[in-house]
Design a protein around this ligand. Sequence first.
Ligand code: TYD
Length: 207
Amino acid sequence: MSIKRNDLAGKFIVIEGIDGSGLSTQASRVSEILNGMGHQTYKTKEPSDGPVGGLLRLALTHRIDISPGTFALLFAADRLDHLENEIIPKLSSGINVISDRYCFSNFAYQGTDIDTQWLVEINSHCMIPDITIFLDVDPTVCKRRIEPRMREEYFEKLPRLRMIRESFLKVIRLFNEEQGANIAIVNGNNPIEDVTHDILEKVLKLF
Ligand code: TYD
């Protein structure tokens, strides 16, 4: 992968993890704290709220049926649209961006049935974040958290959650060792406040 670094004025921060690991809660908390400290921060997520993100939500809830390859390409297309229309404009104007999910979700989730090299290729436009936090939470805890939502999305069954966690750990090792991608693992099993503290400790080193 020809790795593209962020040389724009804002910092690009990503939070990744398996379903139910508390990504949106932690992204909101970290964003609020950074804003409170005077580091202007914009919170966003993938799938995005853009047009391709809408298609992905239909596929994730089984309202449309697409093949794994098409699914992977849609995630990558959504990411490019998200980068060009939301992330890069914010970073360029000096605003920090924190995204709940990014390309490592593509590698970890779609990587369970699609060749990693191809996934890397379709994400070659993908600018590597200044820091990626992998929130590592026990899959059985995630499963318990997800159950009350009462919806059977694509990726939420326990064996699948375990497989995706392993897939994330493999991708993290690969990208840290071969690309110096700055992906940090944070123990997300701790109380919410402690997890936020541990994330901030790593993120604040960027400022
Ligand atoms: P999720 O964060 O759970 O969104 P929401 O809370 O709105 O339902 O993300 C939806 C799912 O998409 C999640 O199971 C992870 C998956 N996903 C991929 O498989 N590949 C990707 O590239 C991305 C960004 C997400």
